[in-house]
Design a protein around this ligand. Structure first.
Ligand code: SAM
Length: 235
């Protein structure tokens, strides 16, 4: 897969995505990541990419023309263009799966107060990574590219690594444990050390349902076990 990001700050995406599993996926050719910087498409001496908002107000707005030219440089027929914005459709695992099947994604990253609204119709999708405001679209692009890349077949070494995980079947994943079997007096649940695969599967299913009922009953209301009342972190 190829992904390009239209960004004023390529390093904010390139550096974190050079590490760990995504870094390896890039080295091994599963993911080709490129950047197109609107600043390279300016014509004035100061390489200006932003200006004051019409109608007044605080902050600066990214100008349409440099963003447009940067997008044209990387966008081709068949590219799927995503504008990152807190006003967009919330990102989730289902969308990550759908995006992992595309051949070419282009992310447009806003900065400052955002991008001139006339760029919006050039995107196939307006996407948000959550109900909070970031300084720029770059950390959002990192999160989405990471979630998408690990779903590309071959990136995770074990084929089934993404099969039973959180969100894949509407439930949160059961907890994991590793050695030692007793750590500071705390034991690993008996089912997991029983060697009985049916018992382990049942335990995991029951844990997943209970956890989903407690933490995210909205995910699968018909399957999650009802939550016991508990203190909320913001109470
Ligand atoms: N003034 C904008 C508003 O209130 O909607 C916020 C602009 S934000 C400071 C700058 C850029 O960060 C946005 O243009 C967008 O690209 C990116 N951004 C901020 N929060 C985001 C989020 N939750 N999801 C995706 N992108 C986000």
């Amino acid at each position: 897969m190829r992904i390009d990001a239209v960004t004023l700050f390529p390093g904010m995406i390139d550096a974190p995505l050079s590490e760990s599993i995504v870094g390896r996926a890039r080295q091994e050719g599963f993911l080709e990541l490129g950047f197109s910087n609107p600043r390279d498409f300016t014509e004035d001496r100061h390489r200006t990419v932003d200006d004051k908002p019409y109608g007044g107000g605080t902050g600066m707005v990214m100008m349409a023309e440099p963003v447009y030219r940067a997008l044209k440089k990387v966008g081709k027929k068949g590219s799927y263009v995503i504008l990152l914005t807190p006003k967009g459709r919330p990102f989730d695992q289902k969308l990550a799966q759908a995006l992992s099947k595309k051949k070419h994604l282009v992310f447009i990253c806003g900065h400052y107060e955002g991008i001139d609204e006339r760029i919006t119709p050039l995107a196939d999708l307006e996407l948000s990574i959550g109900d909070y405001v970031l300084t720029g679209g770059e950390p959002a692009a990192v999160a989405v590219i990471d979630a998408v890349t690990r779903l590309i077949p071959g990136v995770l070494r074990k084929d089934d690594a993404t099969v039973n995980e959180t969100f894949t079947d509407g439930l949160l994943e059961a907890p994991h444990y590793t050695r030692p079997a007793v750590w500071r007096g705390k034991k690993v649940p008996e089912a997991l050390v029983s060697g009985n695969h049916r018992l382990i599967a049942e335990w995991r299913r029951a844990q997943a349902e209970a956890l989903t009922g407690k933490a995210r009953p909205d995910l699968a209301p018909e399957r999650a076990k009802p939550a016991r009342k508990r203190k909320q972190i913001l109470d």
